[in-house]
Design a protein around this ligand. Structure first.
Ligand code: N01
Length: 543
């Protein structure tokens, strides 16, 4: 690290922001290539989303072995405790990675980046933090994750409430005792489902304010045995699974079947649905099913019917049955992210748990002692849980004060619509690369797969640039236009536009409705990235 010529200000080749999978993998790969790197993180330790999301029951919806780094030296002597890891185990995992790779010396925690400004003369970014420090870097690399900006609904009277209020995305690190409490929960996304099934049994009373039912799939969780996992490692299962992620739509170790819904007889279809949803569980019913399910309405309707009929059998209360698994689909199945549940339907079916449909009975405000909705009046509670999600995917980057060469921030650049070059860089923001952000596979992919492949590409790009004596790189406006058009093309042939979802910004009042994630799959995405390198920086201005 040097400081010459910049008045004693710290100077590095690469400055990464974040401490989740993206930041850690990018750091490691850059160090391996001899770059001088620093990482700044707002939180107090590693984990990214697994640092902030420590609400009761928080766990990942991707199964072992692919929700981790694909480096053998990391996985060969670490075994997760469960097939779908909880947040505590993921934190244990990040500690393991730190020990193996010596990450800590490159990190500064509790360090909040305030602004980043590109200096054209120096061809470097000047990054300023809330602690008053400044850092020059050649390359600026935000790895913020897609859920760094929480969404708190604008409910009148939130400050009137005298009890406790918690948002799942910034849950207190010291934990919260919810046993025996009267709880109101708003939101039934991935976070909401997990909280409900974890706290529902022991709450004195739980009132769920639901806007859209979450069409959940059984997780089929199980404990992992170290000896059994060691055997699977020795037999090559881990390596094979990780390798497969590069060639599948969503970076999983399985993909859509090579046939359409109506290629099979109704009996055969039923058997396949049963196997995917009930026997295997997880996302198989979503991402390992008929290849037309997310594209053809009639195919999707078949999947919905199976899902609905199977799920309704688990719910005794007829009113709850209709609220949770309605006869008519609220949106095409799988076009909002389904959650993986463990006993969710049984927990909610208990008499001390109520569901209020806020479409019928909108929330009117918070009172001193509870939540008031149109038909129920005030429900008195001790605690309100806001499981109301995030300004997802684009919100993380847009909230930062990053000043490019055209005199504005990223939010300014996007004022007429989201645009990026291959979901990894933006014209007017030279020498900046971001991982797991908008217009990349991001929320349509397994996080570790997406970030590791993007990081590989960024490092290859920078190594080539270094060899070629290049120190300023910026995508062209044509590349951005072309990629943004491809984004929209890939989106509109799917059923996703039919659902009001955070995948296209519907969850944030006033947010533009547009595709936020690349819907063309991991292989096509990686091919586009690779082409730009193989064809002499195609789509980039370099000097
Ligand atoms: O957020 P969400 P999340 N009034 O946006 C409702 C990842 N993740 O934190 O569906 C009333 O999904 C909203 O209703 P509706 C994962 O990718 C992963 O749960 O918009 N309700 C919805 O029910 C996940 O998908 C894991 O109609 C309001 C809920 O709040 C993503 O992060 C765990 C409202 C928000 O759900 C986000 O998940 C956690 C309002 N004004 C997160 N505004 C795992 O891997 C919003 N809602 C398990």
């Amino acid at each position: 690290m040097g400081s010459a010529g910049n008045l004693g200000i710290r100077e590095v080749d690469c400055l990464i922001v974040g401490a989740g999978f993206g930041a850690v993998t990018l750091l490691h790969k850059l160090l391996q290539q001899g770059f001088d790197v620093k990482v700044y993180e707002k939180g107090s330790t590693f984990g990214g989303i697994w640092h902030w999301n420590c609400y009761p029951g928080a766990r990942v919806d991707t199964d072992t072995p692919i929700y981790q780094l694909f480096d053998k030296e990391i996985w060969e002597d670490f075994t997760f405790k469960e097939r779908y890891s909880g947040w505590q185990d993921l934190r244990r995992y990040f500690e393991h990675v730190d020990k193996k790779w010596g990450l800590r010396e490159h990190f500064e925690f509790n360090k909040n980046v305030d602004t980043a400004t590109f200096d054209e003369e120096q061809r470097k970014w000047l990054v300023e933090c809330s602690d008053g420090s400044q850092t020059w870097c050649r390359y600026f690399m935000p790895c913020l994750g897609f859920a760094a900006k929480k969404h708190i609904p604008n409910v009148p009277g939130i400050s009137n409430f005298k009890g406790e209020v918690y948002h799942t995305g910034i849950w207190p690190q010291y934990g919260v005792n919810l046993k025996g409490k009267r709880i109101a929960q708003i939101g039934t996304g991935a976070s909401g489902i997990q909280v409900i099934q974890e706290i529902g049994d022991s709450a004195k009373h739980l009132t769920i304010y639901q806007r859209t039912p979450n069409l959940c799939l059984p997780m089929n969780q199980r404990k992992l045995d170290v000896a059994e996992e060691d055997k699977r490692k020795a037999e090559g299962y881990y390596e094979e699974s990780m390798k497969a992620t590069r060639n599948t739509f969503a970076g999983f170790d399985y993909d859509f079947m090579d046939k359409n819904t109506f290629d099979d007889s109704p009996e055969e279809r039923e058997k396949i649905y049963h196997k995917l949803m009930v026997e295997q569980g997880g996302f198989r019913f979503w991402l390992n099913t008929y290849k037309d399910m997310l594209f053809v309405q009639e195919a999707n309707d078949e999947a919905y019917k199976f899902w609905r009929d199977t799920t309704r059998k688990r719910i005794k209360d007829p009113k709850k049955q209709e609220l949770l698994a309605p006869i008519n689909p609220p949106h095409p199945w799988g076009t909002k992210r389904p959650s993986l549940e463990q006993r969710f339907y049984e927990v909610v079916d208990q008499p001390h748990v109520d569901i209020i449909d806020i479409n019928e009975s909108p929330i009117e405000g918070f009172e001193e002692n509870g939540v008031r909705s149109k038909l129920e009046g005030v429900v008195e509670v001790d605690v309100i849980v806001l499981a109301t999600g995030f300004d997802s995917v684009s919100g993380s980057l847009a909230q930062l004060n990053i000043q490019g060469t055209n005199g504005g921030t990223i939010a300014d650049h996007w004022k007429d619509g989201l645009r990026t070059a291959t979901g990894i860089a933006i014209p007017g923001f030279p020498n900046m690369f971001f991982l797991y952000g908008p217009q990349a596979p991001t929320a349509f992919a397994n996080g570790p797969s997406c970030t590791q492949y993007q990081a590989d590409w960024v490092v290859d790009f920078l190594v080539k640039a270094r060899e070629d004596g290049i120190n300023r790189v910026e995508p062209t406006e044509e590349a951005e236009k072309e990629w943004t058009e491809r984004m929209h093309e890939a989106w509109k042939v799917t059923l996703f536009p039919k659902a009001k979802s955070w995948y296209q910004g519907n969850n944030i009042p006033g947010k533009r409705v547009e595709p936020l994630n690349w819907a063309g799959g991991i292989p096509a995405y990686l091919k586009t990235l690779e082409d730009s390198l193989e064809n002499d920086y195609q789509g980039w201005k370099t000097s």
